[in-house]
Design a protein around this ligand. Structure first.
Ligand code: ME8
Length: 648
């Protein structure tokens, strides 16, 4: 096949530092949908995904787990329920899977490093800066946000070491020109971000080797240095095609690529990667598309938020196609979206069970009931009644293709569902249940059903990139042999006397309340199994101003004794910093059988509560304590904090 007809598409190579979550699944399913779409269009597609296995973070995690880094990543990538299993489960059609620990990749990276060195673009220097270990990124002071990593918000630390640098600054102008073409990086908002945040403030040369950890690819001409992550990771897109290695020989055929990446790594793909390719004199990628994040409760995904967003669990409960469809249907690809189980269930109920599933089963049932499963060839059209549906179904492929070519799967699916809705309305308008009652209207009834079958065939075929199994099943039921692009561009492909098959409900309706309750239980059980101490939901938000009304101060315990005739109360005499002792009673006796141990300790008290009388004594405030089950302890403050210090 000629090169003009090739399409090379990639996902990021994911870190095998932990199990992948629904966010990674989102990106891979999207890329898979684009790859499947291009195959449907007749392209010679190469779809690559893989894992980014080197670096300090993985080295540290392996150490914690007491295994070698290679053993650690092998388990996450190839082990049961690992990354390869997840992609198999999700029906991902990647042609290749690269691991950066693969031998051929390692050799290529050493050659690539040398190429850039020989081009005069890599030099030795000393690196000092603020370093974020989880992101494996150095940042300048001005890039930090509130002194923390601008990508992940975690603390950074000062670091210094001998390192090789890549002359990124040299490429600032050509990279800026590339970005300004508007074609290279999309969506356009990301172009502005890159120029404003990184290029215009001045590109700094990039640290490309490290000496402080060893889990990486050694620089072959300077042992002790390992190639620092981004050169290793980004080059996967060409080494996987056989660039600088003998494993494959597809570089000339497939390169350049379309890279689908999350917004947080757009910087690496749209600035550093083209600069590296320029240094090597290689063609630049066709496109980098920076998609948005899936958020949970408005925040980044994390394990602590519970696992009802676990792709394994969701695929098991609702089916792989429903999950894939939901991800592509619900979130605009270039923007962030809030994931919730409720959204997922409503999407399945509204779009899949109702609009699509019902249409398929009603149509199948009517063909069976009225004509025994095979339509008669004698049919009667009615332009006024049929015109709009046929026009919409016939024009659908063009609108759909425009959206898919622009990497807007949500809109492409939206176009399909406009036609499906129209088809549902068409049933009501034509009322087949009335037509059947009139013997002279049989031919008309047959045509109504034929139009529905054809419309469903086209719509299902166009859904194949998102729901491969379901689309194939619907196509089969509608009596078509295969999903072929040209046939999706034409109305009237099926013979008039088509035989339509019936089957089980494609997407049974889900009872939202029951399902949410079941998920809640699963989530609580998962948290308990993971050792969470408290699965109580967080209380409703309060305004910061309301919180600020509480006068919380550090108090030193001057004296502490049991209250006579009380089994619970202790009487605390406290120095609250005012110079006047304060008395507070607290129900701490059961937890501190020997109150003397508390003397001289510093605790937290809320001072502005109304005075209360307990056991005949006044209490002016309340001491803060922490409790879990039977374990209760006062909240203690480090000794260097003086009494009277404000807590805010
Ligand atoms: O960054 N929503 O790997 P990574 C949507 N190894 N997408 C998400 C997401 C979320 N909440 N969380 C992750 C790396 N992703 C590097 C890449 S490439 C040469 C090297 C997706 O495991 C998204 O595509 O942190 C993001 O860019 C990618 O996973 C990051 O995966």
């Amino acid at each position: 096949m000629s090169k003009e007809n090739t399409f090379y598409i990639t996902t990021p190579i994911y870190y095998p530092s932990d199990k992948l979550h629904i966010g990674h699944t989102y990106c891979t399913v999207a890329t898979d949908s684009f790859a499947r779409y291009k195959r449907l269009r007749g392209y010679d597609v190469m779809f690559l995904t893989g894992t980014d296995e080197h670096g300090q973070k993985i080295e540290e995690k392996a150490k914690e787990a007491g295994v070698t880094p290679q053993q650690f990543v092998d388990k996450i990538v190839e082990g049961e329920g690992g990354i390869l299993d997840l992609w198999k489960l999700m029906n991902i059609s990647n042609d290749r899977f690269i691991r950066t620990t693969d031998d051929y990749h390692v050799k290529s990276i050493q050659r690539i490093f040398r190429r850039m060195y020989d081009a005069g673009d890599i030099y030795k220097g000393k690196y000092s800066g603020m370093y974020c270990t989880p992101c494996e990124s150095f940042w300048t002071e001005s890039q930090l946000v509130d002194g923390k990593c601008p990508d992940c918000g975690r603390p950074v630390k000062y670091a210094e070491e001998e390192a090789y640098f890549f002359k990124l600054s040299k490429y600032a102008q050509p990279v800026k020109e590339l970005l300004l073409t508007g074609e290279f990086l999309q969506p356009m908002s990301r172009v502005n971000e890159m120029i404003k945040n990184f290029i215009d403030p001045g590109l700094e040369d990039l640290c490309v080797s490290r000496t402080s950890f060893s889990w990486g690819i050694p620089v072959d001409f300077d042992p002790g240095h390992v190639v620092y992550v981004w050169v290793d990771a980004l080059s996967n897109y060409i080494t996987a095609l056989g660039f600088d290695n003998d494993r494959y020989d597809d570089f000339d055929h497939y390169w350049p690529a379309v890279h689908i990446v999350g917004k947080e790594i757009v910087r690496f793909h749209s600035i550093i990667w083209p600069a590296m390719l320029m240094s090597m004199g290689l063609p630049l990628p066709k496109k980098v598309y920076g998609h948005g994040w899936l958020l949970i409760d408005g925040g980044k995904m994390s394990k602590s938020k519970g696992n009802v967003a676990d792709p394994y669990l969701l695929a098991e409960r609702y089916g792989v196609d429903a999950l894939r469809f939901f991800l592509m249907r619900t979130f605009p690809f270039g923007s962030d979206g809030n994931f919730s189980n409720e959204l997922l269930i409503s999407c399945i109920n509204a779009d899949l069970a109702n609009d699509l599933g019902n249409l398929v089963s009603r149509t199948g049932a009517m063909v069976k009931k009225y004509f025994g499963g095979t339509l008669p060839a004698e049919q009667e059209g009615d332009d006024a009644m049929d015109g709009e549906l046929i026009a919409m179904a016939s024009a659908l492929h063009e609108k759909y293709a425009a959206e898919m070519d622009a990497f807007q799967p949500q809109n492409a699916i939206g176009e399909v569902f406009k036609v499906l809705s129209r088809a549902n309305k068409y049933i009501d308008e034509n009322a087949p249940w009335l037509l059947i009652k009139d013997e002279t209207k049989k031919a008309r009834l047959a045509r109504v059903l034929y139009n529905l079958v054809e419309t469903i065939r086209i719509c299902a075929g166009l859904l194949v990139p998102f729901m491969p199994e379901t689309a194939a099943e619907i196509t089969r039921r509608m009596g078509a042999d295969a999903i072929v692009w040209d046939d999706l561009c034409r109305f009237g492909v099926l013979p008039a006397d088509v035989t339509v098959a019936q089957g089980d409900a494609l997407f049974p309706r889900i009872d939202m309340d029951k399902e949410l309750a079941a998920l809640e239980e699963i989530s609580a059980a998962q948290k308990a199994a993971a050792g969470a101490v408290n699965t109580e939901p967080v209380r409703p938000n309060v305004k910061i101003d309301d919180f600020a009304k509480c006068d919380l101060r550090v108090c030193k315990i001057l004296a502490c004794e049991k209250v006579p005739n009380s089994e619970k109360l202790l009487k605390f005499t406290l120095d609250d910093g005012s110079g006047k002792p304060r008395q507070i009673l607290s129900g701490m006796q059961p937890f501190y059988p020997d109150p003397a141990v508390l003397v001289d300790k510093k605790v937290v008290a809320i001072l502005n509560l109304p005075t209360r009388k307990m056991a005949g004594l006044e209490s002016n405030g309340m001491l803060l304590s922490a409790e879990q089950g039977d374990l209760v302890r006062l909240c203690l403050v480090p000794d260097e904090i003086p009494a009277g210090a404000i807590i805010s």
